[in-house]
Design a protein around this ligand. Structure first.
Ligand code: ZN
Length: 370
């Protein structure tokens, strides 16, 4: 081991299972020989597949008894498994930064945080059942993770609705102006990100992490800015109350909790499953009432009427055959809700949210060339 000179170990065929290499770009399992020269050469049938500088080699997670390595300058999924303990010992002595991969302080905090959340979640499920567990868990989901979940959901949304986003220049100006007014009145520090999606489905969504989607199918049925503003403010209510995250935990249920347990909630199948459920799940009656109250407060703040929102949803859902994807499916409209929106209605005391021209531009936001 004192000898640091070029050394090839061992020259002849190695025992079955001695070293296994995954190049990180394909799933192929390479049975390889290793040569320790200036770096670690990984050789298959006389061909060098890769050379890993010793200083770049790190210990990867692994099974007991097998030295599992990765390399910071190789594809991140590349792995080398060394099953020969003598060879492993020599290799370990050559790699000065082998254990630098050990989870840093921040990583530990994250893992501890998630372990706590996972434990809490399981106890909560046993104790309260899934719906209540979702209530208790939603506030524990870090906002950075919510945003990532939202991003995954965006991908799902593209796949489900196939819609392009609409962004005619003047239409976007009007839409951003409207969103800014509503966000400010709702007390958000920064305007909530919002997009109009070009699909005939009449709906509006808020994703975990706070991105709002207005579907052109709903915009097309709206008669004035107050109708759309009420719906957008209602969506901000869901964002503010984290109803969407709660819904996702509930609908994605078990798979989400399992993902949480194994620290695999990001970019995994469980996440995709869970985010897909966002589009078919409906909010609870209580969540709907709270979002309506939020919208009512925002509209009062803006000095605008609250009834138009109810009129719009009623207009859309009154004569629509298939409600599965419409605003009715996700935001069940009840007599109570309609009555509440009417009861809280106040005549306009503030300026119109958009000028006639801006409203016309917004309605045409999905038409190209406008
Ligand atoms: Zn709702």
């Amino acid at each position: 081991m004192a000898d640091r000179g070029p050394e090839t170990i061992p020259a002849g065929p190695q025992p079955e299972g001695a070293s296994i290499f995954y190049d990180g770009t394909s799933s192929r399992r390479h049975q390889v020989q290793l040569a320790l020269k200036d770096g670690l050469e990984i050789i298959e049938n006389g061909t060098t597949l890769a050379t890993w500088p010793f200083a770049d080699i790190r210990r990867a997670d692994g099974v007991a008894g097998i030295l599992r390595l990765s390399c910071v300058t190789a594809p991140s999924l590349a792995r080398l498994e060394v099953r020969d303990s003598a060879l492993g010992a020599v290799l370990i002595s050559r790699c000065p930064h082998l254990n630098d991969n050990a989870v840093g302080r921040r990583g530990v905090a994250t893992i501890v945080g998630w372990s706590v959340a996972a434990t809490v979640s399981i106890v909560a499920v046993i104790w309260f059942g899934l719906p209540l567990a979702a209530d208790r868990l939603a506030p524990l989901v870090p906002s950075a993770l919510e945003r990532r979940i939202g991003d995954a959901a965006e991908g799902q949304m593209g796949a489900m609705f196939g819609g392009k986003t609409c962004s005619s220049a003047v239409g976007s100006l009007a839409f951003n102006k409207l969103m800014k007014k509503i966000s400010t009145a709702a007390g958000f520090d920064t305007p909530v990100r919002a997009t109009v999606l070009n699909t005939p489905v009449p709906n509006a969504f808020a994703l975990p992490g706070g991105k709002v989607y207005l579907f052109n199918g709903l915009l097309a049925r709206a008669n004035d800015p107050d109708e759309i503003a009420g719906v957008l403010a209602h969506e901000l209510g869901h964002v503010s109350h984290r109803d969407n995250t709660r819904n996702m935990i509930y609908s994605g249920g078990t798979s989400f909790l399992i993902g949480l347990l194994f620290g695999d909630v990001t970019g995994s199948g469980a996440l995709i499953f869970a985010s897909r459920s966002l589009f078919t799940a409906s909010y609870s009656r209580e969540a709907e009432q709270n979002a309506d109250n939020f919208s009512i407060e925002v509209m009062h703040q803006l000095g605008r009427p609250t009834k138009p929102m109810g009129d719009l949803i009623f207009r859309v859902t009154g004569n629509q055959g298939d409600n599965t994807l419409s605003i009715l499916a996700n935001h069940p409209l009840t007599e109570d809700r309609l009555k509440h929106l009417s009861d809280e209605n106040r005549p306009a005391s503030g300026p119109p949210l958009l000028s006639e021209l801006e409203w016309t531009s917004l309605k045409a936001i999905c038409k190209s060339g406008s």
